[in-house]
Design a binder for this molecule. Structure first.
Ligand SMILES: O=C(O)c1ccccc1N[C@@H]1O[C@H](COP(=O)(O)O)[C@@H](O)[C@H]1O
Length: 217
């Protein structure tokens, strides 16, 4: 079970993630997000992470220039594409940087699963997240702290590993893992005290709950 802690922006919370055994530490490069980090700050933050956990760069419809800047500042291990990137764009990014791409697909209803085949042929990892709430004014395509109906992906036969995200927290991650049996889980809002403000103890509790649940499968 790969556990990803996303949207970290302080050395203290990164340390909590590493000490608790998180596999992936995610940095958000999307100025509209309360978790956005500037390139210079991200460069300072990634030092302790390298070699202990994989560094994930989350972007939303980023241009090549933006990806180049992220590449130069933190040399990420994995790209997390959380916007409307097409399958062709996924192929381009994989070829340009030669590193794994995790493509987020958002789900509300069964019809949303129709997008999977086009992406699972080109990405390395699929990530399933909830769609932003209808009628909401949020400009965030993810990181909204809401779940989708996990039963929609239960038993799905996929060609690629998948990560479950969306509204996970220390209290529900075990049930989510039992029901959907993902290869990884990802959390942002559920380990915060306020948007962008991560909580050390919630990080520790989340990673522990996820790892424990995986052992029980
Ligand atoms: O975390 C963000 O601010 C964010 C911004 C834009 C796109 C995705 C974002 N986060 C990702 O969204 C999902 C679900 O997050 P949450 O746990 O429901 O808050 C997760 O994959 C985050 O990496």
């Amino acid at each position: 079970m790969y556990v990803k802690i996303c949207g970290l922006s302080t050395p203290e919370t990164i340390e909590a993630g590493l000490q608790s055994g998180a596999n992936w530490i995610g940095f958000v490069f999307f100025p509209k997000s309360p978790r956005h980090v500037e390139y210079g700050k991200a460069k300072e933050l990634v030092g302790p992470v390298r070699g202990k956990a994989s560094i994930v760069a989350l972007t939303v419809n980023a241009s090549d220039d933006e990806l180049d800047a992220i590449d130069q500042s933190i040399n990420p291990d994995i790209w997390q594409l959380h916007g409307a990137e097409t399958p062709e764009r996924v192929v381009h990014i994989k070829q340009r940087y030669g590193r794994p791409v995790m493509k987020a697909l958002t789900i509300r209803d069964e019809i949303d699963l129709a997008a999977i085949p086009a992406y699972e042929d080109v990405c390395d990892i699929l990530l399933f997240d909830a769609k932003p709430p209808k009628d909401s004014k949020t400009e965030l395509p993810g990181g909204n702290g809401i779940s989708f109906d996990w039963r929609l992906i239960k038993g799905l036969k996929l060609k690629k590993p998948f990560v479950l995200a969306g509204g996970l927290d220390p209290s529900n991650v075990a049930e989510a893992i039992r029901l959907t049996r993902p290869q990884g889980v990802d959390v942002s809002s559920g380990i915060e005290n306020a948007p962008g403000v991560k909580d050390r103890q919630k990080i520790i509790d989340f990673v522990y709950a996820a790892k424990q649940a995986a052992e029980m499968l």
